[in-house]
Design a binder for this molecule. Structure first.
Ligand code: ADP
Ligand code: MG
Length: 224
């Protein structure tokens, strides 16, 4: 089953001249895939991830999440699908510095209509999965960079989304810490998670089961 399917996806930004960030992308991500998306800066990786994650709509073409054609959903439906089915991880973590690790993770379900006690217990479970059960009460400012990214990954994982989309998740980490994050992705993948990782770390990409390379808004080649 394809968790994510892009067919003929274009994304153009108006301007003189317009920028065609994506120029006809066909990509299918199957349940259980662990896929690296690489390519030079400006090749369209982030744009693709945002469109796959329903943060942005394509100019043309079709995006399906778990078979659902996103163009058939109004904005509200799209937000609900995003809250329940998609987990994001960003280079710069985006944690709330004034909330504990546990509360940061629990916000991953804030818009999914899940009651607070359930959110908190799922958050504790997700922190356990990333090896941070013992840091649940800590503020992000008391955590290392690698631990902060693990909290962000727990927030993405909570509620068992269909797919996790990570944009340069090791970009702000030293290589040893980054390797730990990659190892965590492998563990989550072994447990059945579906993950797309944008990276320009070639070593990281080479170690993942699937590798898709972008150039100028197109899929240039794929190694599987
Ligand atoms: P990558 O993540 O691979 O570096 P992006 O998806 O961020 O690439 O960008 C792809 C292209 O789209 C680039 O040429 C970039 O300048 C352009 N672009 C991205 N976002 C916008 C925007 N909001 N407005 C105009 N151009 C944009
Ligand atoms: Mg980018």
């Amino acid at each position: 089953m394809n968790v994510l399917e892009l067919t003929g996806v274009w994304r153009s930004y108006p301007g003189e001249p317009p920028v065609h960030a994506l120029r006809g992308i066909d990509l299918a991500v199957e349940e259980g895939d662990l896929l690296a998306l690489i390519g030079p800066s400006g090749s369209g990786k982030t744009t693709l991830l945002h469109i796959a994650g329903t943060l942005d709509r394509p100019s043309s073409g079709t995006v399906r999440i778990a078979g659902q054609d996103l163009s058939e959903l109004p904005d509200k439906g799209l937000a609900a699908l995003r809250a329940r089915r998609i987990g994001f991880v960003f280079q710069s973590f985006f944690l709330n510095e004034h909330e504990s690790a546990l509360d940061n993770v629990a916000t991953g379900l804030l818009y999914a209509g899940v009651e607070e006690p359930v959110r908190r217990s799922l958050a504790a479970e997700a922190l356990g999965r990333v090896g941070l059960a013992h840091r649940a009460g800590f503020l992000p400012t008391k955590l290392s960079g690698g631990e902060r990214q693990r909290v962000a990954i727990a927030r993405a994982l909570i509620g068992s989304p269909a797919i996790i989309l990570a944009d340069e998740p090791t970009g702000n980490l030293d290589s040893v810490t980054g390797a730990g994050i990659v190892e965590l992705f492998h563990e989550l993948h072994d447990d059945g998670a579906t993950i797309v990782v944008v990276t320009h770390d070639r070593d990281l990409a080479d170690g993942l089961p699937r590798l898709v390379e972008m150039r100028d808004g197109l899929i240039h080649r794929e190694r599987s």
